[in-house]
Design a protein around this ligand. Sequence first.
Ligand code: S3P
Length: 419
Amino acid sequence: MNVQGTIRVPGDKSISHRALILAALGAGASAIRGILDSHDVRSTASVLRALGVDVPALGPELTVHGVGAEGLRPPGRDLDCGNSGTTTRLMAGVVAARPFTSRFVGDQSLSRRPMRRIIRPLEAMGARIHCERGDGLPMVVYGGGLHGVDWRSEVASAQVKSAVLLAGLVAGVPVSVAEPMRSRDHTERMLAARGVDVRARDGTIALAPIATLPAADVDVPADPSSAAFFAALAAMAQGGELLLRGVCVNPTRTGFLQLLRRMGARVEFLDETTRGGEPVADLRVAPGPLVGADIAGDEVPSMIDELPLAACLAARADGTTRVTGAGELRVKESDRIATVVENLRAVGVEAEELPDGLIVHGTRAPLRGQIAARGDHRIAMAFGVLGTTAGAEIAIDDRACVDVSFPGFWELLARAVAT
Ligand code: S3P
């Protein structure tokens, strides 16, 4: 298989959620260009609408008229977050700071995901939160009357960090969050771009209250987690190269690109620039003889969403790849350790589960079999990429689930492959 062409993948999912939320909380009109129009971001838009914010239909350019931190209204209906953990956890932080009750619901996958990680800090700030079943959704947040907190998170999670920062922002109280490893920092960058005093020192992020959050426009760069599928495709190809335009290359998100280099692919950053506080570049990716790698420690958060794809790439690399320190994968849209290993085996790749990671033995044999994506968008796309390799015949049970983060994925994939 050869690759060719220039591709612009859709807008970054994390930045899109945050652009909507901060626009809603701002004073005045904020324009958002290049937002990701996917199921997850639509969930955030619809939750904001339920809270009284007039969010227009998502499109290439939209304007949100912010209601300010105190303008959110008690929701007249459940806040349905669909499949989106980011919507749930960030918006839980927002509504915890308001003096009303909100009930969060979601699909089956989201309802299984742990909420205690945000419940504990928000309760430490004075909110009361009740999960109707165990540790997951449905979850009722009784908000209001928050005070500041210095929280030490056990997991490196941007969702936990952002929930606390947003609760502090909306309540107008100082907060800090210490994280064991650095997680993506889009919330901090976007707040700083609006003049909020938010500082990172020695692994702790501290936010000082601001009376009024100013409105600000956002240009959403292309999503590095979506670009990763095409970077992997180019890395595994027999020839050619792909140019990926306008990708966010925030260092908290580029772990997978570093990994590709380490495994032997050619990855160049071209025309690096900064837009709205985020570094952006075009990426040129070309194949190389791939070798297995060890993935562990600090680099895990910087490629957390790309690890299923890394495991698929490892299936086509020489030697063994070992991922450790990635127990978080078990609580994503599916148990991504179990789902990846099960599916690699289903197509003839030797793979083993570890409690906090996995081991993959590369093979050159053609890969054939049936994938059970478990409704997980990143599993479907990772195996979709693997399905383009020489001699592969991989059938995926649920191709439509990619709409959670990447509508149009299959069409772009077909376009990039020049056989
Ligand atoms: C996200 C943070 C990550 C990531 C998710 C998006 C965000 O989750 O896996 O896809 O936008 O904050 P954690 O913060 O829970 O690791």
